[in-house]
Design a protein. Structure first.
Length: 224
């Protein structure tokens, strides 16, 4: 967690603020107080910056505060979710709140950038996946027609789409027939104009009931 630094008018006010942090279960050792009357007060500021107890960007403001006789309290929240408690507690009794510029990260979305996820910034969409479209069914339309599967591309998920069958594969060998599976297992289609030469179907094709004839069953005929 980044340190939170505030200025106080007196040593008593500075230590009282730290006591309230301790009451809120923030370890006392995570807070420091710099007394402006100490001869090495400015050296203490530099040492705190080097140790990460004070942000470097606040150094000049704090050195100027030492010259004004302000006590410095800087605390590093123990957990991410206790940062607001530390800030609220210090803000309650601090002075010169405008003397220390609030921290704004150069990168407002470090975790999203780490994962390669698009983010919204400055009220306009920076995402390359979608944009809002009031005319679409769900208000979402693709920004790029070159990539119809942005999520799959984002997470590097392979697609089932293959432009061509593998050369020499069974699919390629059967691709010239209208019914490759039927052809592969020798099943005859109704759409063929002629029966296979010499097959049993060809031998029976001249009879109106080839299977009944084969089994010796009598059939009804217009001739009867």
């Amino acid at each position: 967690m980044l340190p939170i630094t505030r200025l106080f008018e007196s040593e008593a006010a500075a230590h009282a603020a730290i006591d309230r942090l301790v009451e809120g279960e923030e370890p006392r050792g995570r807070s420091i107080v710099i007394n402006p009357t100490d001869l090495d007060a400015k050296a203490q500021v530099d040492a705190a910056v080097a140790a990460g107890s004070i942000m470097e960007k606040h150094r000049d403001s704090l050195l100027a505060a030492v010259d004004r006789g302000r006590f410095i309290v800087s605390s590093r929240p123990q957990f991410l979710n206790t940062g607001s408690f530390v800030q609220t507690t210090l803000d309650a009794t601090c002075v010169d709140p405008d003397a220390i510029v609030d921290y704004t990260p150069a990168n407002p979305s470090p975790f999203s950038d780490l994962l390669g996820m698009p983010v919204l910034w400055n009220t306009s969409s920076k995402t390359e996946l979608w944009e809002f479209n009031k005319d679409s069914s769900f208000g979402i339309s693709l920004l790029s027609h070159d990539n119809p599967t942005p999520l799959s591309s984002l997470f590097r998920i392979p697609l089932l789409k293959t432009p061509k069958s593998a050369r020499g594969s069974s699919v390629e060998r059967m691709s010239g027939t209208s019914a490759p599976f039927s052809s592969k297992i020798g099943m005859k289609l109704l759409s063929e104009p002629k029966t296979a030469r010499g097959s049993s179907v060809e031998r029976w094709s001249s009879r109106s009931a080839p299977f009944s004839g084969f089994l010796g069953l009598r059939v009804l005929s217009k001739d009867d």
